[in-house]
Design a protein around this ligand. Structure first.
Ligand code: NAD
Length: 449
């Protein structure tokens, strides 16, 4: 099937590459010429495990191409996916400008029946907005061309995106009542990815749009709940990990998304919770749980700094800190809304010197914090920790979990760790002579007086 995908970012690129690998003919469109030029030479502008190999294979098999020419892409394809960004606007609502720009492009070029499929995370009612814009542009051209617009939110996780796309828990498709043609085309498009009949769920477009926000808000709720519990654990001198095992073993609860930490970040949870709050408010409902998820997370993102600052009695001026991990989670170079950003801002404001290390995300971080005397970028965990006053961990990369603790002790000025991801065993670290402050591990955290 001939498919075009607007937006070659984390979602668009993975979608394009996975569809091409299963035999579809894919055109990826982006307005970012630099990105398209890079992709045309076989280079990937983002870090996503496994993407490189499949992309190169699809290019070799001539199953995927990259262009900035939106008109050509629209004309040549039967299905048109929209996978552009929907960042938060100042009031917290989802900024739809990129989605609506694509809709306008489609309306300006559409020449025959197409199915437009929105994969971006968008507020309820966006399917209708996209449809209206395309219709308006067609009318302006004095043409009568049939098309339909569906909602098909994406649930992939950065860092495991290829596997998530290839083996989805479910595919959500929002189609208008009676739109059999779109249903058939969507089923055909996703056939290689469907194992059981109920892997693809059809519903109304509005329900599909809300489903995406509901899923992310639910996951963010689990995280914020656990983070709140970790604060209680710290005060009560209880190890949150024991509680986690205790509740995770309940099949109604499960182990996923109940790891306490220094807050959730990324391009999805923060903006999607905000957008859902905005959707509720615009419909005259004041959401209580959603607002709490946000405020718990805001507090949690300041927790590491609070712990470090109170340990050093508010005197961080000129002190050097090793920082391991800046991406919002492991296996990605994405630093959007990462807790490391809050920490770095606060440390720099307090006059601290930071020696940061991350396996893949330092280039992204440099866009926010250019290299200075106080903001130092290092090329290894060793160089980051060397002669530092203490080590602070913001991302749970395996490389850090496996690091030799004895070597670490020799590198640091003092055996002191602030761990925002609970990657070590506190008893073992104590045995090796470390002071170890993590999240809710029952140690009397320095800021709890
Ligand atoms: P991204 O910022 O990585 O990529 C968006 C791309 O769209 C950019 O390359 C940009 O240049 C391009 N673009 C903007 N306007 C365009 C236009 N008019 N025509 C063509 N290209 C255009 O974004 P992302 O992380 O891939 O997210 C895309 C959407 O998917 C968002 O709505 C997001 O919420 C949702 N989503 C993201 C994830 C994730 O893990 N990143 C997961 C599920 C859903």
């Amino acid at each position: 099937m001939k498919i075009s995908i607007f937006g070659s970012g984390y979602v668009g690129l993975v979608t394009g590459v996975c569809l091409a690998a299963r035999g579809h003919d894919v055109i990826c469109v982006d307005i970012n010429k630099e990105r398209i030029d890079l992709l045309n030479t076989g280079f990937i502008p983002i870090y996503e495990p496994g993407l490189d190999r499949i992309l190169k294979k699809s290019i070799k098999n001539k199953k995927i191409s990259f262009t900035t020419n939106s008109k050509k892409a629209v004309i040549e394809s039967k299905l048109i996916f929209i996978a552009v960004g929907t960042p938060p606007a100042e009031d917290g609502s989802a900024d739809l400008q990129y989605v609506l720009d694509v809709a306008k492009n489609i309306g300006d070029s559409i020449n025959a029946f197409k199915v437009v499929i929105n994969k971006s995370t968008v507020p309820v009612g966006s399917q209708k907005k996209v449809k209206n814009i395309i219709s308006k542009q067609i009318k302006k051209r004095n043409k009568e061309i049939k098309f339909s617009v569906c909602s098909n939110p994406e649930f992939l996780k950065e860092g495991a995106a290829i596997n998530d796309f290839n083996k989805p828990d479910r595919i959500i498709c929002g189609i208008e009542d009676g739109d059999k043609k779109s249903k058939k085309l969507l089923e055909e498009c996703y056939k290689p990815f469907i194992k059981k009949n109920n892997d693809i769920i059809f519903m109304k477009p509005e329900a599909a749009e809300l489903t995406k926000y509901a899923a992310n808000a639910m996951l963010a709720t689990k995280i914020s709940f656990m983070n709140e519990l970790s604060q209680i654990s710290d005060i009560l001198n209880i190890d949150i990990n024991e509680v986690r095992n205790g509740i995770g073993s309940d099949s109604r609860i499960g182990y996923q998304f109940i790891n306490p930490g220094c807050g959730y970040g990324g391009s999805c949870f923060p903006k999607d919770v905000k957008a859902l709050i905005d959707i509720a408010k615009k419909n005259s409902y004041q959401p209580k749980i959603l607002k709490s998820i946000e405020s718990v997370n805001k507090e949690q993102k300041n927790l590491l700094f609070k712990k470090v600052d109170s340990y050093f009695n508010g005197n961080l001026q000129g002190k050097t800190f090793g920082l391991w991990g800046v991406s919002f989670k492991p296996e990605t170079d994405d630093i959007r809304e990462a807790p490391s950003i809050n920490l770095i801002k606060s440390l720099l404001k307090a006059g601290a010197i930071i020696k940061a290390y991350d396996p893949v995300a330092l280039e992204s971080l440099k866009q926010i914090f250019p290299k200075t005397q106080n903001m130092i970028y290092t090329n290894s965990p060793e160089n980051s920790a060397k002669n530092a006053e203490c080590l602070i961990i913001c991302t749970e990369w395996n490389e850090f979990k496996e690091f030799n603790i004895i070597t670490l002790k020799k590198l640091l000025n003092s055996a002191l760790i602030f761990d925002g991801r609970n990657i070590y065993d506190p008893d073992y670290l104590k045995l090796k002579g470390f002071k170890y402050f993590a999240i809710g591990r029952g140690e009397q955290s320095p800021y709890i007086k």
